[in-house]
Write a protein that binds this ligand. Structure first.
Ligand code: MG
Length: 312
């Protein structure tokens, strides 16, 4: 899409390119109460891959009795066609999950911790420090098998139980995850409560010691601030942004945390700003449309529902 440079305000600094990490098949679908067939799930992921999303979180190796929507992750991975330049990632909560991921041929995993004790207790029954010890053990083993490891840092701005989170605590957890061998950290606004100044404050603190290419952001649009927070992150040089096709999902352990930032809405904004993603927005939209049919309901992405604007 041609961009008229004169239309971009002089103050608007932004990177030339962004890597969009697609989390819909895991972070989104894990919250679905209705059932979805494995055929529909694989078709959804295949189309997301065809759209050019470079990293797709395809599932998790959690206990099937706790998260039944993820019980078929092994089979999903077995059915997905490997594609050059596309990384299929899976969330792994423990050693048993890591063994399943390795057996399934996964090359990239994600581990999960948070900055808030109240949240990790509710989510995993552990304190943040206990959760970090578990991450260290997992990352040690994953790195021995040459897996790429992403660390999710939940409640990076707000905790659903304790409110605003001290950025210094987030910095401590981020440092530890990087020391353990995580290639990148995804800072998650789990309850979708952060606003741009809070985003800037944390990122400025972290970027003083962590390179921008080791940090990603994961915003929820629960209160309508996700794209504003993305813009604040772009202006500080962040180039890895998580999103979920159709705006699917939230977090089952954070009450009220509906609404991952929709991949379509993110791509529409980025492309409009002349930022290269390598992702075909129309194909992402058609992936979400496939999923809407499979789920029998509409998904909340604004772009998905509104479509492209008329030009002239
Ligand atoms: Mg999320």
């Amino acid at each position: 899409m041609p961009i008229d440079a004169d239309l971009i305000p002089a103050s608007g600094r932004a990177p030339a390119g962004v890597r969009v990490v697609e989390v819909g098949p895991r972070d989104g679908l894990q919250d679905e109460t209705g059932s979805i067939t494995i055929e529909a799930k694989v078709a959804f992921i295949e189309r997301l891959a065809e759209a050019g999303l470079p990293t797709i979180e395809v599932g998790s190796f959690v206990r099937p009795d706790l998260v039944p929507q993820m019980a078929d992750t092994e089979e999903v991975l077995r059915r997905l066609r490997p594609r050059d330049g596309i990384t299929y990632m899976a969330l792994v909560p423990n050693r048993r999950g890591l063994e399943r991921a390795l057996a399934g041929g996964v090359r990239a995993i994600a581990v999960l911790t948070a900055a808030s004790d109240a949240f990790t207790r509710a989510n995993t029954g552990m304190t943040v420090d206990e959760s970090l010890r578990k991450c260290r053990d997992l990352i040690d083993h994953a790195r021995r098998s040459d897996l790429l490891v992403r660390g999710y840092l939940s409640t990076a701005w707000w905790c659903p139980y304790d409110g605003p989170v001290d950025p210094r605590g987030v910095r401590r957890v981020a440092r530890e995850l990087l020391d353990m061998g995580c290639q990148e950290i995804s800072l998650a606004d789990t309850v979708g409560a952060a606003t741009p100044n809070e985003v800037r404050r944390l990122l400025e603190m972290l970027l003083a010691e962590i390179p921008a290419d080791r940090l990603g952001v994961h915003f929820h649009d629960t209160r309508g601030t996700a794209l504003a927070n993305v813009l604040a992150s772009l202006e500080l040089g962040i180039t890895t942004i998580d999103a979920s096709a159709g705006g699917l999902g939230g977090c089952p352990f954070a009450p009220g945390a509906l609404g991952n930032l929709a991949t379509e809405d993110l791509l529409y904004m980025l492309h409009g700003m002349g930022i290269v993603t390598g992702v075909d927005l129309d194909l992402v939209r058609s992936s979400s449309a496939l999923l809407e049919t499979a789920l029998g309901r509409r998904l909340p992405s604004r772009y998905l529902q509104a479509g492209p604007p008329r030009r002239g």
